[in-house]
Design a binder for this molecule. Structure first.
Ligand SMILES: [Zn+2]
Length: 725
């Protein structure tokens, strides 16, 4: 929205107010967003960049599989990757335990296993409630003076520990640029005039990974509530003029949150003083009223055009008309917290149906790169500077619309069009920075190969239960397409930016495997006597009644539960003095129990065909060490090919069956698969001297090449070192 357009829309009085508000923001620096961040360009940066000839370029292609890469190379489909392999090195690289992106990229960046960086999975659990929570970031809500002015900075706290090698390099004068830097949200200061744009784990404006909106007239085929992945479903109804109004749900309202907390305290206090229900009516009513204001919202209006072939979308002062299957350009949204503070985001719309029923998809609201509400880059204005050069871009780490495609709110074509746009922008960023900033260390991670493989693996694995011939005809090359885009990009980078002093690395953090069957680990724990459900001893219930109690352990009887699973393939012991309702004694009882469970899981066979379901089970105490060992899972499963932990298990659910066929579009995975079965790829333009690289080896190798000291706590090796004789 331009300033002129804004001026036209606002009355003179409101415009005055707007200007003074802006000034206020600048002077007080008390916004929720970028103005609250340190102005680094003048205050930060103690280490000046050092001029050296060496340059390292690392292109991270998330989840590229050595199996597929070889196959495509052999068919001559990836000429640039093939040439790189010929010029230097192409080998597999050992991933992390477990081989999940946040864990693997953390292991890569701080050259250590999870006992050091503390990221064991996407999810962690709350020791009080046992509920899952995000492992990499903790949100911090600000307090508001007079429910109006934020005191301090509402931020997210990065829970990863250890020192990323780019931080070390920059401290030694290496100008670095990290684009889509993995597990680097919130963004932090980096020396030597370096640049950082946060990648994987950067959330949308609501603090989630993917809250999309789906507006539909079809109340029969849609289940009208929030989807499993957090999508917002809204029923719309068109009036006789073909007009329908609805609401876009934005971020939490932190002021409401604060007011609510106060009223809740008051309520508790009055109750403890013996107040009866009738005396608390007003308080309860006030709380009910606040519930409606929990989230910031903005209105949206849809109007069908005459012949019902197109729909017009009006939002704030923007108006666009779209046909079925047509993506809009970026639309800006401003959520007003109060007259002081606005939160800005960007989104895109696409009508999926218009003629009969109307179904309109709105992508998750990205944090606006021009005025980010949370720190997504360093320096803080870097995200805006990039947007001025390459146009608006998605700021979410996992930017592809996988959740929407999984939940069938988008179709394959719309998904792939969006994915291509994401890649276009990621490429444009790379060229912009390599060309104009000339960093000596450059890293960019592309999550797109990962995303496309998750969604289209059932076309790679023709034996997948969700294999679909018609889909294969049209989208059978979706995965190849993205591999080829990476190949073309690599070719351009080599041609434009590689000279004899350049050390170029192309790598993935893990590979890929088929996800034919989902395993409900909690159900396995119940059936094997390690987890107890409420009423299990009661003869009036059979097990069927007890299962399926939904997510978050609602049916679990903790007083009889020795082990439970949260996250993607982690098992925790219900340990005394650690878990709130722990029953297992530390020491011998614990040791015997973890070994017993590990042994039984290794013997666990698929009743359908007798295939071993689990390839390996790791004991947390054995594979992890370091300052964060106390947070380690007690057991980490490595499933066999074709198996993965179920979605419900990841969220603490206990569905009735142990093994279920996976019929979804989300048909390939690597999470919870044994890391030996899903290594990543490692290609460089030089020959390395040590065999069998591990993700931890990249950081020391790069630092040595750039002439920087390697931190003592790094666990990896310099791959150019002469092998011991
Ligand atoms: Zn990954």
């Amino acid at each position: 929205m331009s300033e002129e357009k804004r001026a036209k829309k606002l009355s003179p009085a409101r415009f005055e107010q707007k200007i003074s508000r802006r000034d206020l923001l600048k002077t007080t620096a008390l916004t929720l967003g970028s103005a609250a961040l340190p102005v680094v360009s003048c205050s930060g940066g103690k280490v000046p960049p050092r001029k050296i000839r060496e340059r390292v370029i690392i292109l991270g292609f998330d989840a590229v599989s050595p199996v597929l890469l070889r196959e495509f190379m052999d068919r001559g489909l990836l000429p640039n990757l093939e040439k790189l392999a010929r010029d230097g090195t192409f080998t597999e690289i050992t991933s992390s335990i477990p081989p999940e992106s946040p864990v693997a990229w953390s292991t890569f960046s701080v050259s250590a296993q999870a006992g050091v960086h503390g990221i064991y999975d996407f999810l962690n659990r709350d020791l009080q409630t046992y509920n899952p929570r995000i492992a990499s970031v903790k949100p911090v809500y600000p307090k508001f003076l007079w429910d109006l002015i934020p005191l301090g900075r509402p931020q997210a706290i990065k829970l990863q520990t250890g020192k990323p090698f780019w931080v070390q390099a920059a401290e030694h004068g290496i100008k670095s640029a990290m684009l889509e830097a993995p597990v680097a949200f919130p963004a932090y200061e980096v020396e030597a005039e370096s640049l950082l744009l946060s990648g994987l784990t950067t959330p949308d404006i609501r603090g989630t990974q993917a809250t999309y909106h789906f507006f539909t007239t079809d109340i029969y085929s849609e289940n009208i509530k929030d989807t499993e992945f957090g999508g917002k479903l809204s029923v719309i109804e068109f009036d006789s003029h073909g007009r329908a109004e609805s609401t876009i749900v934005g971020p939490w309202n932190p002021i409401t949150r604060q007011k609510r907390a106060r009223l809740m305290d008051e309520l508790a206090k009055r109750r403890s003083q013996g107040a009866i229900a009738a005396e608390l009516v007003d308080l309860n009513r006030a709380l009910d009223r606040l519930e409606k204001e929990d989230f910031l919202t903005v209105p949206v209006v849809f109007t069908l055009q005459g012949d019902r072939s197109r729909v017009t979308i009006e939002l704030q002062d923007q108006k666009i008309t779209l046909a079925r299957g047509e993506w809009s350009d970026w639309i800006e949204i401003e959520f007003s917290l109060n007259f002081l503070i606005q939160l800005k985001g960007i989104t895109r719309f696409i009508p999926m149906e218009v003629g009969g029923d109307v179904k309109i998809f709105m992508s998750p609201i990205e944090i606006h790169p021009d005025e980010p509400v949370l720190p997504i880059s360093y320096p803080p204005d870097f995200s805006a500077r990039l947007a001025r050069k390459i146009g608006l871009y998605k700021t979410r780490g996992w930017a592809a619309e996988t959740a929407a495609l999984k939940e069938l709110k988008l179709d394959d074509k719309a998904f792939m069009e969006d994915l291509d746009l994401i890649i276009d922008k990621r490429e444009a960023m790379a060229f912009e920075i390599l060309e104009h900033e000339r960093p000596n260390l450059f890293l960019e991670v592309f999550s797109c190969p990962d995303r496309v493989q998750h969604m289209f693996w059932s076309l790679v694995d023709k034996g997948h239960p969700a294999y679909d011939k018609d889909r294969d005809k049209e989208f059978g090359n979706a995965v190849l397409h993205v591999y080829q885009r990476m190949d073309t990009f690599l070719g351009k980078v080599r041609q434009r930016f590689e000279d004899e002093d350049t050390f170029l690395i192309v790598m993935s953090d893990h590979g890929f495997s088929s996800f034919r069957k989902g395993v409900n680990l909690n159900t396995w724990l119940v059936k094997n006597g390690y987890m107890k459900l409420k009423g299990q001893d009661d003869p009036r219930y059979n097990l069927k009644d007890l299962f399926g109690g939904g997510d978050f352990f609602v049916n679990v009887d903790w007083s009889g539960t020795r082990a439970y699973s949260v996250g993607l393939g982690l098992i925790f012991i219900n340990l005394k003095a650690r878990e709130a309702q722990g029953i297992v004694e530390p020491g011998q009882e614990y040791d015997t129990l973890v070994r017993e469970i590990a042994g039984r899981l290794k013997d666990f066979r698929d009743p359908e065909d007798g295939v071993r379901v689990v390839h390996n089970v790791y004991l947390g105490r054995e594979v992890y060490h370091g300052p964060r060992i106390d947070e380690a899972p007690d057991l980490v499963l490595g499933f066999n090919q074709n198996y993965r932990v179920s979605w419900q298990t990841a969220l603490g659910g206990v569905p009735p069956e142990v093994i279920e066929p996976n019929m979804e579009k989300w048909s390939g995975d690597h999470c919870s698969v044994d890391r030996d079965l899903v290594p990543g790829v490692f290609l460089t333009n030089r020959k390395i001297s040590l065999p069998d690289p591990d993700l931890r080896d990249v950081a020391p190798t790069v630092l040595k090449y750039l002439g920087c000291p390697v931190p003592a706590e790094y666990e990896g090796r310099d791959l150019f070192e002469k092998p011991a004789v």
